[in-house]
Ligand binder design. Sequence first.
Ligand code: PLP
Length: 239
Amino acid sequence: MVNLRDEITRNIGAIREKIASAAAKSGRNPGDIRLMGVSKFQPLESIYAARDCGLFLFGENRVQEREEKIARWEGPSVECHMIGHLQKNKARKALELFDCVESVDNTELALVIERVTRERSEAEGRTDGRCPIMIEVNVSGEETKQGISPEKCFALIDDIAVKCPHVEIKGLMTIGPMTDDEKKIGAAFAALRKLRDDARGKSGLILEHLSMGMSGDYTLAIMEGSTIVRIGSAIFGIR
Ligand SMILES: *Cc1c(COP(=O)(O)O)cnc(C)c1O
């Protein structure tokens, strides 16, 4: 029988090598690229195995699943980002469970995050509490994808920046197009980077992060400037 723990350890080692070589090829510092383990549908044992390899950033796409895992969690805690569609009525709960919501694509959701974060800060007697989020952009325009269209991205960022002082927009997130065509995939990631650079100029926000690249396309994303690669199956095997 294949030992799951050994397999996860091997996978993470191999991914780190690929991240380093993609960074080297594009003249980037590998330390500027964070590896996120996408642990949706994975048992805690697998997540612990990844944590034992020094992975402390994970992504989940369902509030309830994260809640169930936290309830049974043992050992050192990890940073966890919400990467799936978040309904407004689950935002309050999500903010108790996640360190960042990467999948914000509308002002209404940001306003709920704003209100919950403000109430929380006030309850704790603080004035500096801000909730980190990212804007999910549908760069490829595929109908099945969540995310704001690139054309509406600046307006959304402006709107949130004006209306939500307790929300901190950390950057942009996208899911690459569903194709094997590496040119198309690279172009989509380059488009997100350009959007970020333009938004940075227009808004004055730092927008440090580009969360882009999954198991099948993370080296391409790194070549185009990704700072967070979200990797599930290449670490944990098929779900
Ligand atoms: C599932 C998921 C991933 C990871 O996908 P893999 O192809 O298994 O690496 C990354 N990002 C999001 C938003 C996801 O839902």
